[in-house]
Design a protein around this ligand. Structure first.
Ligand SMILES: [Zn+2]
Length: 298
């Protein structure tokens, strides 16, 4: 009697010629997967971008509360400068807090020579978790430490790591003056306390829903002192950045100067400052329907 075949039943009907995929079939499958991935990737990165925007908006809402507590207690908005006792010389030094209104201690020297300690920052007592001052897209900027730089100096990868704060208090409009401009810049605005919110009463702000309270560097130019008499401008992009983040000439940069903003009324929103920055890189502070940077003197 013939022994039963060992070939499994399912093999009996299959054609011997069809045991594997052909190269062509494999290529077609790979191509289809490639198309699907390329369709999916942009929407994934859009989700990522929205999540990071949302993180900053959430941070700003909490920072807005810290400002409210400060104003309730002091009757006015925080100053843009504070005095700090220098531990080495035991003398009082005035330091700007526009880049450090809250957050954590700056990195060691030379950063701590420029930025004040966390406990001396105006919002320190009101901030709760200091991480609300960290932007997830913080890529730093080269305009941070002024000349003269120490020989072993290297720029840290984020403003958070340098200063202990990613966001900027809109209390000192920055940007190098352009001597070739005609007409000249409006007086008493740039690099000045006049017209800004520092130490102003709550009632001073006419349109709190449009007045910028906190922003990120992409919204405005930064300057870096490179000698006793010369400062060079930088424009930075964070939230839509691909590749480079610092530009000496914003008109050749990709048009993505996007920054989440905290307004005086406590609401936060993401705004695109590209048009303002491109139109007048040295002075992107003209008001639009969405925002006001400063109020002219009355
Ligand atoms: Zn951010």
């Amino acid at each position: 009697m013939k022994p039963p075949s060992r070939t499994p039943r399912w093999r009996k009907d299959s054609s011997p010629k069809r045991t594997a995929f052909t190269l062509l079939e494999l290529l077609v499958v790979i191509a289809i997967i490639g198309v699907l991935v390329s369709l999916l990737l942009p929407s994934l990165s859009r989700v990522k971008i929205r999540a990071r925007d949302a993180q900053c908006l959430s941070n700003y809402k909490q920072i807005g509360l810290s400002f409210k507590y400060f104003v309730d207690e002091h009757g006015s908005f925080p100053p843009n400068r504070v005095r700090e006792l220098d531990p080495t010389s035991q003398t009082w030094i005035v330091k700007s807090v526009t880049a450090t209104i809250g957050g954590v201690n700056p990195a060691p020297f030379p950063y701590n020579a420029q930025y004040c300690q966390a406990t001396n920052r105006p919002l320190f007592s009101y901030q709760g978790n200091p991480r609300i001052f960290q932007c997830p897209m913080d890529k730093g900027h080269r305009g941070d430490i002024d000349w003269p730089l120490p020989t072993n100096f290297s720029v840290k990868p984020s403003a958070w790591e340098q200063a202990g704060c990613s966001y900027r208090y809109n209390a000192r409009l920055e940007g190098p003056r352009d001597p070739s401009r005609s007409p000249p810049l409006p007086p008493l605005t740039l690099l000045s306390n006049s017209g800004t919110i520092a130490r102003k009463l709550e009632s001073w702000v006419i349109q709190p829903e449009r007045y910028i309270l906190m922003h990120e560097p992409p919204a405005a130019p930064l300057s870096k002192r490179i000698s006793l008499t010369r400062a060079i401008p930088f424009w930075t992009q964070w939230h839509r950045n691909r590749g480079r983040i610092d530009f000496r000439d914003p008109t050749i940069a990709p048009t993505m100067f996007v920054s989440p903003i905290l307004f005086v009324d406590g609401h936060a929103a993401v705004h695109d400052f590209s048009q303002s920055v491109m139109r007048d890189p040295y002075y992107p502070y003209e008001e639009t329907k969405d925002w006001i940077w400063y109020q002219p003197r009355q």
